[in-house]
Design a binder for this molecule. Structure first.
Ligand code: ARG
Length: 590
């Protein structure tokens, strides 16, 4: 509806200029999507705000605007309603032409962004030798969706994995590695550390118990920071092993990331401190170098510092993020990414951290005017009991196990359904459908919640064929593919009509829904809330199902059949594109 809205908006502004020319009259008289179907397609509420300025009753202003409006080619005569709303209902033949124009178009009416921005999306970002947990899963799924959507809009997106691959924990890990597999460091022996998480736990246990080991670990940190080859080799080995486990999850989720871990910024850390010093922001407090934050006070009412260099000279998480943001915002001449927008997808618990990092970046003069720095927070993943998600034994849930279980359950549901329907299928089919549905269910359950709230993880709910779930959406898509197979004509061809004819209310509401796709994409681009796209696709599936349950399509009368087939085809294309932007693969049968 974007194009129509723009066209109407233009005419409305023209009419308004005649009724009340500036400076008294408004510069814009905004048009918005109608809040309810009975109000038509669009609504203009500007008359109310103007009543005071012009000293005329709002209804009179609205009527005067309508009298000056030339929109017969697009709408039914606009209606003045209530205290002074103007309601617009688009003509069916105009909707039909829009549907026609959109059919088979790869962008389905969504314009390319102007100007194209350079966007960094920082997401997933698990930590080496630690478990990639459900929080990282949320970040991975939400971040991937945002990156897909922004790329689709035409922005140049850099998907960065800010891997936790540096820090004092490596001292302990390397010391432990030297004990259990000394020969692996010289390259004489190839070790597979297998479960690195268990390895981390053993190292940690020793660290906590044994003072000698602690001493040794600290020595290893110093050696690593000094770049000693053997230490670097050990570090590389640990990273490689972790990376393999992470990559398996990314492959399964169909997520692409560019790895740029914390270690990447090591060489930039001293420059950050120097920069802050030069900007006059650095204060030495109790031996630590820090920046005092504006407008942020601790419990004691004292301004809070952001520590950038500890008393012992070491740097921390915040310093690395400062180096990262500086590098991302710097232009290519300064060895940077030249980002116009940087989005960080992490749990809401890191909100203060990012607010501090953004503030310091602004005050240090690293952020060019107009650039957008965003923390994209999300809530906790909880079990159905409302508590933190845990396994039955109380351990943290491993991602791999979680995905396996979703797929296993999807498989069980499928096999059961096929037995009921007396369908036979090859093993390959069951395999593929179960994997697709299981992964889709996990992703959709996450994306369909407003990300800022906590969400309750329930296999039963997310895998249900009923309700706002991935299986429900995929099933609507499969239905459309079924029509395509039976009709054989959905892919265009002879039955492609010269003019579509929208008449039945179900046809009209499906057409309207389909045409709203572009507006939804633009909204998500702004507020980075994938749940809006989910809600749209769920609504579209429902509208489509109603249409298909209530009207014959393949057996429709000749006058309606081409239009209905075209609506089915555009529904399939819109569902396919929309699910693709969510990072969800579709199926032709299930
Ligand atoms: N590794 C961090 C964690 O596990 C997330 C990093 C997010 N990105 C960033 N630039 N700080 O919580």
């Amino acid at each position: 509806m974007l194009k129509l809205r723009n066209a109407l908006q233009h005419r409305l502004t023209e009419a308004m200029a005649q009724v009340a020319p500036p400076p008294d009259g408004p510069v814009a008289f905004p048009l918005a999507p109608a809040t309810r179907p009975e109000f038509g397609d669009f609504q203009a509420n500007g008359a109310m705000g103007l009543a005071k300025v012009l000293g005329r009753p709002p209804r009179q202003i609205a009527q005067a605007v309508v009298d000056h409006l030339q929109v017969d080619d697009l709408c039914h005569p606009p209606q003045v309603a209530g205290p002074g709303f103007i309601n617009f209902t688009v003509r069916p033949e105009v909707l039909a032409a829009e549907v026609q124009a959109r059919l088979d178009q790869p962008r389905l009416g969504v314009p390319m962004a102007q100007p194209r921005q350079r966007v960094v999306v920082d997401f997933s970002s698990p930590n080496i030798a630690k478990e990639m947990h459900v929080g990282h899963l949320r970040s991975t799924i939400i971040g991937d969706c945002i990156a897909r959507l922004l790329s689709f809009r035409g922005h140049r997106v850099l998907r960065l994995n800010h891997l936790g691959d540096w820090g004092t924990q490596f001292g302990m890990l390397i010391a432990h590695l030297k004990h259990v597999a000394p020969r692996s460091l010289s390259g004489e022996e190839h070790v597979d550390l297998g479960d690195l998480v268990a390895f981390y736990r053993q190292a940690k246990a020793r660290f906590d118990e044994d003072e000698g080991f602690r001493e040794q670990s600290r020595g290893e940190v110093v050696k690593l920071q000094a770049g000693e080859p053997e230490s670097l080799r050990a570090w590389g080995l640990l990273c490689r092993q972790s990376r393999r486990a992470f990559q398996a999850v990314y492959d399964r989720l169909d997520v692409q990331l560019v790895e740029r871990g914390e270690s990447f910024y090591n060489r930039l850390l001293p420059t950050v401190v120097a920069d802050l010093e030069q900007a006059g922001l650095l204060v030495v407090d109790d031996g630590a170098r820090c920046v005092f934050l504006e407008g942020v006070r601790g419990k004691d009412g004292q301004p809070l510092p952001l520590i950038v260099q500890k008393r012992d000279g070491g740097y921390n998480y915040a310093t690395t993020d400062l180096a990262a943001i500086r590098q991302r915002l710097a232009g290519p001449d300064g060895g940077g990414e030249g980002a116009d927008r940087v989005a960080y997808v992490t749990d809401a618990g890191q909100a203060n951290h990012f607010a501090a990092v953004f503030q310091v970046a602004q005050r240090a003069g690293w952020a060019p005017t107009g650039c957008q720095l965003q923390h994209v927070p999300f809530g906790l993943v909880q079990g159905t009991d409302g508590k933190k998600l845990k396994t039955r034994s109380g351990a943290t849930v491993r991602l791999r196990d979680l995905l396996d279980e979703a797929v296993a359950r999807a498989r069980r549901d499928l096999v059961e359904r096929m037995a009921q329907e007396q369908r036979q299928a090859e093993e390959g089919f069951v395999e593929q459908v179960a994997e697709t549905v299981g992964i889709a269910a996990v992703k959709y359950a996450d994306l369909s919640q407003n990300r800022t709230t906590n969400y309750q993880f329930s296999f039963d709910r997310m895998l249900s064929l009923q309700g706002d779930t991935a299986p429900y959406l995929l099933y609507a898509y499969v239905r459309i593919q079924g029509i395509a197979r039976q009709g054989g004509l959905l892919g265009g061809g002879e039955e492609q009509p010269a003019d579509l004819w929208l008449q039945a209310p179900q046809e009209l509401s499906l057409a309207r829904k389909l045409l709203n796709f572009d507006e939804v994409i633009l909204e998500v681009e702004q507020d980075l809330l994938p749940n809006r796209l989910c809600a749209y696709l769920f609504g579209l599936s429902q509208t489509f199902n109603r249409f298909y349950d209530q009207l014959p399509v393949l057996k429709a009368p000749p006058r309606s059949r081409p239009t209905r087939l075209a609506l089915c085809r555009l529904s399939g294309q819109t569902m396919g594109l929309g699910l693709g932007l969510l990072g969800i693969r579709t199926l032709d049968r299930m």
